[in-house]
Design a binder for this molecule. Structure first.
Ligand SMILES: Cc1ncc(COP(=O)(O)O)c(C=O)c1O
Length: 340
């Protein structure tokens, strides 16, 4: 039987229809700016987000890094969450490549930063300090949706303190679908937003940075410096255009499947976090982790099993696959329960 891969929403295979769109893509040399499909994708994203410009990147990591470098000069600082991808999971790129100082703050359980702490972290104009330049947020973060009301408050603070703003919107469409709010409204006021196409939207690669024209123009030069400017990349952009058209609204199915999976696990007595989008987190007793890993492997379930189990739903797991996964977990936990 085909394995059920719940490690991440990045594991999806392009569908035959997406591959068809890619095969048919009209392409050109994007270093010269004349790949029509890339240009269409950039314009479509900018338009959808109500932003001035868009720029296609090979990955979310590079898009975030280029955006931070476009906002901050050497020796300037970004206020960012400890759990943010830009801070925690990008190999320190902002510091290594951009000489940007991160000022990390603890994320609260709902994923937000305490805005009083953000305010207090803005450094005064004093030669001792780095120059605080940017506030970087993430939505969704750890599968949690950050509300528009919170983001509006954060944006107002940034404006008051003359900070630029960047949103890592790798999964912004999950937030948008969950809230029933168009991304244009959800992201209004950010200077830049990094939007991944290769997560819930199911493309093989690609992220579009949308935002202010001047910042995106700087990011274009940085993308070149980072080696991320590609040639006939309309083949990948075509997958992005296809995904924007076909794979956004259906994210609601992933959310429903995550909810179903969480319910199944909770019924086995596991402590499961409330589900908001497509990620399920559950506590696994430390003594069960190794045997659970083995059991899942033997039964065709791929998962990042640890004391904090993370399961992610996506395009390639349907409701039947979720039910099969629940049964596999059930067999393990019932056995474990019987042994005690
Ligand atoms: C929130 C978030 N931002 C950025 C990225 C980076 O994307 P990529 O893997 O395309 O570099 C990821 C990847 O998982 C992510 O989860």
């Amino acid at each position: 039987m085909k394995p059920i891969d719940l490690r991440s929403d990045t594991v999806t295979q392009p569908t035959p229809a997406m591959r068809e769109a890619m095969a048919r893509a009209e392409v050109g040399d994007d270093v010269f700016g004349d790949d029509p499909t890339v240009n269409r994708l950039q314009e479509a994203c900018a338009e959808r987000f109500g932003m001035e410009a868009g720029l296609f990147f090979p990955s979310g990591t590079q898009s975030n890094c280029a955006a931070l470098m476009a906002h901050c000069q050497r020796g300037e600082e970004v206020i960012v969450g400890q759990d943010a991808h830009t801070y925690h999971y990008e190999a320190g790129g902002m510091a290594v490549l951009g000489s940007i100082q991160p000022q990390p703050l603890t994320n609260r359980p709902d994923g937000t930063l305490d805005l009083a702490q953000v305010e207090a972290a803005v450094k005064p104009d004093d030669a001792h300090f780095a120059i605080t330049k940017l506030l970087a947020l993430e939505n969704t973060i750890g599968g949690k949706v950050i509300s528009r009301a919170y983001m509006a408050e954060a944006l107002a603070l940034a404006k008051r303190r003359a900070l630029a703003t960047h949103l890592d919107g790798a999964r912004i469409f999950n937030a948008s679908v969950k809230l029933g709010m168009p991304v244009k409204e959800l992201c209004a006021g950010f200077d830049t937003v990094s939007v991944c196409l290769s997560k819930g939207l199911g493309t093989p690669a690609g992220t579009v940075l949308v935002g202010r024209k001047d910042v995106v123009a700087r990011a274009r030069r940085i993308r070149k410096m980072l080696g991320g400017t590609m040639r006939q990349v309309g083949i990948l952009a075509a997958a992005g255009l296809y995904a924007l058209e076909h794979n956004v609204e259906r994210l609601a199915e992933d959310h429903a499947n995550a909810e179903r999976l969480a319910k199944g696990l909770a019924q086995m007595g596991l402590n499961v976090d409330p589900v908001q989008t497509n990620m399920v987190f559950a506590a696994v007793p430390a003594e069960s982790v190794a045997s659970l890993k083995r059991h899942l492997e033997e039964n065709g379930i791929k998962a990042l099993a640890g004391p904090r189990l993370r399961l992610v739903t996506h395009l390639d797991v349907d409701r039947a696959a979720i039910d099969r996964a629940v049964a596999v977990f059930g067999a393990f936990f019932q056995k474990a329960h019987a042994a005690h």
